[in-house]
Design a protein around this ligand. Structure first.
Ligand SMILES: Nc1ncnc2c1ncn2[C@@H]1O[C@H](COP(=O)(O)OP(=O)(O)OP(=O)(O)O)[C@@H](O)[C@H]1O
Length: 243
């Protein structure tokens, strides 16, 4: 990984075990500020576990995690979740309207979101104001993902964790979400860590990539490393995915 970039998140010798099983083993590396880094690797490699360590949903068994140069444990948990937001494949929503879902992050802080602000956030994700009063159970998969992303914008998070947000979507929605993420990344300078099984997506959208296998970080660097891997384990993984 190019060390000339300021890290938004730094892992130093981080390990994580659960039920006597080592899930992550001595992970050291950084996620550059304002850039999109993809996390790729076979199923069970530990990618989601690593993401959960980044926003305090899990705590390391060993090692240190720094968020914006500050030890993760020094953040108050709700402040950390605002600073580091997460969007999931299922885009979980509360029953109710899009507006109620957008207002949720604010209401949890005892604050209000105006309709005008909500419309602005919807525009940011390419949805018009007619969506405001729509029930979330009437949204398509792509629209749900857009609302879920808008909700993270309301937190004004500087770091966004994306866990396979396009894997359940049709081709057109995938393209729309990819464009949206690239636009948000540039517009708000948000650092993004994106788990994807789609190597083409990792190549085209990610600036950097982490390749994980069996709980270890086996390669990091510019995402172009995925197109011509020199590391034999990465090559084997890429050939397996493309087979
Ligand atoms: N709390 C836990 N206790 C025991 N094992 C766990 C726990 N959480 C995760 N694991 C195991 O750790 C490994 C890594 O899981 P993780 O979900 O992080 O992988 P992943 O790379 O995100 O996989 P996928 O691509 O399939 O989502 C898996 O074998 C999983 O079964």
């Amino acid at each position: 990984m190019n060390t000339s970039y300021e890290p938004a998140i730094h892992f130093q010798q981080v390990s994580f075990s659960a039920n006597d099983k080592t899930i992550l083993n001595l992970i050291t590396g950084s996620f550059p500020k304002g850039k999109i880094t993809t996390l790729v690797g076979p199923s069970g490699a530990g990618k989601t576990t690593l993401l959960k360590l980044c926003n305090g949903l899990l705590s390391p068994t060993d090692g240190q995690i720094l968020i914006d140069n500050q030890h993760i444990s020094t953040y108050e948990p709700t402040a950390l979740r605002r600073h580091v937001s997460m969007a999931l494949q299922a885009a979980p929503m509360i029953a109710g309207t899009v507006f109620e879902n957008l207002a949720l992050p604010r209401s949890l802080q005892g604050k209000k979101l105006t309709e005008q602000e909500a419309i602005q956030y919807l525009q940011d994700v390419g949805l018009d104001q007619s969506f405001l009063q729509r029930p979330t159970n009437k949204l398509s998969g792509g629209q749900r993902q857009k609302v879920s992303i808008a909700r993270t914008l309301i937190n004004q998070s500087s770091i966004l964790l994306l866990d396979e947000i396009t894997s359940a979507l049709d081709r057109q929605s995938v393209q729309e979400i990819e464009t949206l993420i690239a636009t948000i990344n540039k517009k708000y300078n948000v650092t993004m860590i994106w788990i994807t099984h789609n190597l083409q997506q990792a190549l085209s959208i990610g600036h950097y990539t982490w390749v994980m296998m069996d709980g270890e970080l086996i390669e990091t660097g510019k995402s172009s490393l995925l197109s011509a891997p020199t590391n034999p384990r990465v090559l084997e993984f890429v050939q397996g995915v493309n087979a």
